[in-house]
Structures are given as structure tokens and as C-alpha cells.
Write a protein that binds this ligand. Structure first.
Ligand code: PMP
Length: 363
């Protein structure tokens, strides 16, 4: 019996994908072996990898002048790879909108100078910095931002931009918890990266979408082979043995997304899911969310109970009602419901019904 799983990541996957994986597990495409047990360089896995990239390109509308990489190491490794590969001739400019951008800043600082282009830390990260608040340094190598702060539940409602010396500064986005959850114009970005374990698939794979011309910015030496984007472009992300099973599952998720009608259709449902949950929070004095309206995340919804002594009871009763993993991040407290693509609208309806009943019983 599967429950509604509101985990922030690794997160719920489409049931149809899990069923297909289960069906194919022992014997992948008549090979007499599972997809986990075959060479990543053999024709069967290569075909799967090519299809996954083609489907991703179609879903996101990725232009031809972008390379798509399927890497390991999590989004956290990209906090280092981006400065190593792309900041040889300048400083990363990073927008601080919460805990994940702070981690990107800290990691970049280990490797190079960093300029913080704006921060909403003083306001307790209750919103994202606005475009007209950004201060870009003359030596900006790129502008990095975190589209959706998974812990704070703060999401940009615009794509930041910067121009220095008449030139567009490449925009780099950590899209870990929002990628493919709504339409995004990839051509506005120099690079997008995302850990897979929220909207794309299981943990173990990180997607990097990088514009061709930026690859030439990497220094000739000094980057570990595994972190050098040029290595991974040249080897089709197979310099070493990649996480093949995770890659396969991402491919199944892309096919599932296409069957749902692609990102526009999924985004419409996501908007409805988020609107229903925020309405339930806003229409009650029992629950609250601290984020300014325009920057509320559609994927991660933190909420606090007015009476915090009821937290443990809320978690126990929600779990008993089949609503899993609603505990908020330890740094924020309270609850958090993650509503990624694979969370059905019925799951949000069940959560809202539960919240109303809990308020009736305990409010
Ligand atoms: N960035 C964001 C926005 C995240 O939510 C996370 C993980 N929750 C990370 C980066 C780190 O990802 P990983 O665990 O794949 O390194």
C-alpha cells in the first residue's frame, strides 16, 4: 500500500515508473539481465541514455548549443564544479536567498573569490532578492542563483539578469528542487544544474545543462578530471562508470512526463496543488507560512502550527492517515510539504482535508 509521500528528497516517484521498473527489473528488454547488470558502453544502455537525453531536450526545449550531462556527486558537487570550470577569468557573483545558496557561496569561497550580489538573510529569507537589488561586480564571471530554496520554501518569480561592459553575464541556476516543475526558457541560462532526487528521478544523478561557449572558459589545468565539464562532454558523461540504474529511472520519468502532456500540463497541476495548500494555510489562524506571496515556492511549502506543542501529534496523526514525511527542516521547524511533479493532486486534497480535521480537533 503506497501512501502520499511529501518528502523533500529523495522524493515520491510516479507510481507508473516504479511499476515499469519492477516489471523490467529481472529481464531488461529481453537481455536476460537487469539494466543494473549490463555495460554502460553496450548498445542497450547507450540507446537508453540517448533516448533519455532526447526526451529531456524535447520536454525542456533545450537549444542545440547546450550540452546535457548526467553526472554523479549530487548538486553539492556542482557548487565546486561551477567555479572551477567557469570562474577562471573572474569572480562568481552569487545571490543569497537561503540555506542552499549559502552553501553554494561557502563552497565557491574555498576555491576562489566570491561576490554576494544580494542577500535576504537579514529578513530571515522571507523572500528572494529582487532584480533591482542586485549589485554585480565588474569582474563577474557569472551570476548564480537558486531558483527554489527547498528548505525555506522561497522561489524566484523571475530570472535574474546582469550586464557588465555591455555583455550579458552568464546566469547559472541551481534548479534542484524546481526543474521541470514549470516552464523555463533554457536559452536565458548559461548553465542549469539539478540533483535528480526531487522532480527527475532517484538520488545518484545530477543533471547539468551547459551552453557550449562557456566550456571554453575552463582553465587548461587544475580541474580534477571528474569535475571537468569538457571531460564529461567528450565522453558522453561516461568517463567513469555512471550510476546506470538512476539514469535509467530518470529516462522512465521523462517518458512519464511526456505522457502527462509535458511541462505545461504538469505545471498547471502544480499551480493548482500549491494554490490549494496555501489557501488552506492562509484561511486559518492555526497554520501559517512566513514567505512573501510572490516568492512562495510551488514545490516546497513550509508551514508552522500556531501551537508548536502540537507538532508531534500532527506528525503522528498525519502519518497514521497515510501522509508521510511532513516534518519541517530542523532549521525552520514546523512542517513542510513537498509537492513535486509526482505528487498527485489527490495527495494535496488529502493533506488539506487532514489539516482541516486536525484544526477542528485541536484548534
Ligand atoms: N540545492 C538545492 C536547492 C537542494 O535542495 C539540494 C538538496 N536538497 C542541493 C542543492 C544539494 O543536492 P545534493 O544532495 O544532490 O548534493
Amino acid at each position: 500500500m503506497r501512501h502520499y509521500n511529501f518528502s523533500p528528497g529523495p522524493a515520491t516517484l510516479p507510481e507508473a515508473v516504479l511499476e515499469q521498473a519492477q516489471e523490467e527489473l529481472l529481464d531488461f528488454h529481453g537481455l536476460g539481465a537487469s539494466v543494473m547488470e549490463i555495460s554502460h558502453r553496450g548498445p542497450d544502455f547507450m540507446a537508453l541514455a540517448e533516448q533519455a537525453e532526447a526526451d529531456l531536450r524535447e520536454l525542456m526545449g533545450i537549444p542545440d548549443n547546450y550540452r546535457v550531462l548526467f553526472l554523479s556527486g549530487g548538486a553539492s558537487t556542482q557548487f565546486a564544479s561551477a567555479p572551477l570550470n567557469l570562474a577562471a577569468q573572474g569572480r562568481p557573483n552569487i545571490i543569497d536567498s537561503g540555506i542552499w545558496s549559502s552553501k553554494a557561496i561557502d563552497e565557491a569561497k574555498r576555491l576562489t573569490g566570491v561576490h554576494v550580489a544580494a542577500s535576504t538573510k537579514d529578513g530571515n529569507y522571507a523572500r528572494a532578492p529582487l532584480q533591482d537589488e542586485l549589485v554585480i561586480s565588474d569582474d563577474a564571471a557569472y551570476l548564480h542563483y537558486t531558483d527554489n530554496e527547498t528548505i525555506g520554501g522561497v522561489q524566484f518569480d523571475y530570472i535574474p539578469q546582469a550586464i557588465i561592459g555591455g555583455q550579458d553575464v552568464p546566469v547559472i541556476c541551481d534548479m534542484s528542487s524546481s526543474i521541470m516543475g514549470r516552464e523555463m526558457d533554457v536559452s536565458k541560462f548559461g548553465m542549469i544544474y539539478a540533483g535528480a532526487q526531487k522532480n527527475i528521478g532517484p538520488a545518484g544523478i545530477t543533471l547539468v545543462i551547459v551552453r557550449d561557449d562557456l566550456l571554453a572558459r575552463a582553465p587548461k589545468a587544475g580541474i580534477p578530471t571528474m569535475l571537468d565539464y569538457r571531460t564529461m562532454v567528450k565522453t558522453d558523461s561516461m568517463y567513469n562508470t555512471p550510476p546506470t540504474f538512476a539514469w535509467y529511472l530518470c529516462g522512465l520519468v521523462f517518458q512519464w512526463m511526456k505522457r502527462q502532456g509535458g511541462i505545461p500540463a504538469i505545471a498547471e497541476i502544480n499551480q493548482r496543488k500549491a494554490a490549494k495548500l496555501y489557501a488552506a494555510i492562509d484561511n486559518s489562524d492555526f497554520y501559517s507560512n512566513p514567505v512573501e506571496l510572490r516568492h512562495r515556492s510551488i514545490t516546497n511549502v513550509p508551514f508552522i502550527l500556531a501551537d508548536e506543542s502540537l507538532n508531534a501529534r500532527f506528525l503522528a496523526e498525519s502519518k497514521a492517515a497515510g501522509l508521510l514525511n511532513l516534518k519541517g527542516h530542523r532549521s525552520v521547524g514546523g512542517m513542510r510539504a513537498s509537492l513535486y511533479n509526482a505528487m498527485p493532486e489527490a495527495g494535496v486534497d488529502a493533506l488539506v482535508d487532514f489539516m482541516k480535521a486536525f484544526e477542528r480537533d485541536h484548534g
